[in-house]
Design a protein around this ligand. Structure first.
Ligand SMILES: Cc1ncc(C[n+]2csc(CCOP(=O)(O)OP(=O)(O)O)c2C)c(N)n1
Ligand SMILES: [Mg+2]
Length: 326
């Protein structure tokens, strides 16, 4: 699919680069904290896929809604959450964005129209369709963006959401992050189709596939999809080809990959691609160092903040379970 190319200024591209470096560094800090047992429970890192979150969020307006799965630390940072509240949530501290009682898979911020963070594979896709229905019903012009994995594209709830979204021409963009694995199962072993955007064919939905390592390519493709959905012509399903560098979760050493596969993928690392684009725009390479230093300070501050923050008060244990009765 030929999409209009978004051409960011050097300044804008530098901001995207900054966001990608920040996501990576915060995730690396999370990995370190996990091995030190400062973070417990589930923790799914996003390292390698940063260009997808950053490029996609760049195509959204504040009124648009976002729903995603459990690999969401990068998405919510790209949407505007602070590293402090993300790391504090991972550390299960009171200052975390979900008051320390949600953890890795349950990050959300209603003021950013970011509605999670879900642990049940594929179950969040109907929620995104619901958000799109609400926007259509209210006529507020917002688009609902849903991130999901290649593995989620086999779930019944996913198909049902697609069918209704297409029937009602909902303003939704379904963005598959195909990272070639669902837990330890490779794409070819889990799916006859390896172009997951073709899932849209069954319901007649507009669809296409694109490379997800280049943040500019992601921004261009998601922008085209969002514009289509916002125009009232109906939803779109798009697929970003990407790759996760780490195991599925912190307990997965990822031994199921072919030798050299990871190293091969790292040659098109999103940070490297962004750097070469920045150089082509005349940005001095010393800027990369400056960004990395700046990010290092922000991430370290967030880590220290998370570590020093108090744990949730046990008296608040049920506070976020039920809506308060009036
Ligand atoms: C309904 C359901 N089935 C199984 C699981 C266990 N599970 C957690 S993640 C996952 C793989 C999903 O892979 P994918 O959708 O490709 O996302 P990725 O982890 O690659 O981001 C599975 C099977 C689950 N959480 N929910
Ligand atoms: Mg996957």
């Amino acid at each position: 699919m030929d999409v209009p190319v978004v051409a960011p200024t050097a300044e804008r591209l530098l901001q995207w680069y900054h966001q990608m470096v920040l996501i990576r560094r915060v995730e690396e800090m999370a990995a370190k904290a996990y091995t030190l047992r400062k973070i417990k429970g589930f923790c799914h890192l996003y390292i390698g896929q940063e260009a997808v979150a950053v490029g996609a969020m760049a195509a959204l307006e504040p009124r648009d809604t976002v729903v995603t799965s459990y690999r969401e630390h990068g998405h919510i940072l790209a949407r505007g959450a602070t590293p402090r509240e993300v790391l504090a949530e991972l550390f299960a501290k009171r200052t975390g964005m979900s008051h320390g009682v949600g953890g890795s898979m349950h990050m959300s911020r209603a003021d950013l129209n970011f509605f999670g963070g879900y642990g049940i594979v594929g179950a969040h896709v109907p929620l995104a369709a619901g958000a799109a229905f609400a926007s259509q019903y209210r006529g507020d012009g917002a688009v609902s963006l849903c991130f999901f994995g290649d593995g989620a594209a086999h779930q019944g709830a996913f198909f049902e959401a697609l069918a209704l979204a297409q029937l009602w021409k909902l303003p939704a963009v379904f963005l598959c992050e195909n990272n070639f694995y669902a837990m330890g199962t490779s794409l070819e072993r889990q799916s006859y189709l390896t172009d997951m955007s073709r899932r849209g064919d069954g319901v007649g939905m507009k669809r296409w596939q694109f490379h997800g390592f280049d943040v500019v390519e992601v921004a261009s493709n998601v922008q085209a999809a969002v514009d289509h959905a916002r125009s009232g012509e109906g939803p779109v399903i798009i697929e970003a080809i990407t790759y996760r560098y780490r195991g599925h979760s912190m307990s997965d050493p990822a031994k199921y990959r072919a030798e050299g596969e990871l190293e091969g993928m790292k040659k098109s690392d999103c940070l490297l691609l962004a750097e070469s684009r920045l150089l082509a725009l005349g940005v001095d390479p010393s800027e990369f160092e400056r960004v990395r230093d700046e990010v290092e300070a922000i991430a370290k501050d967030a880590y220290d903040f998370a570590e020093a923050s108090p744990e949730p008060d046990p008296a608040t244990l049920y506070d976020y379970t039920w809506a308060p009765s009036s």
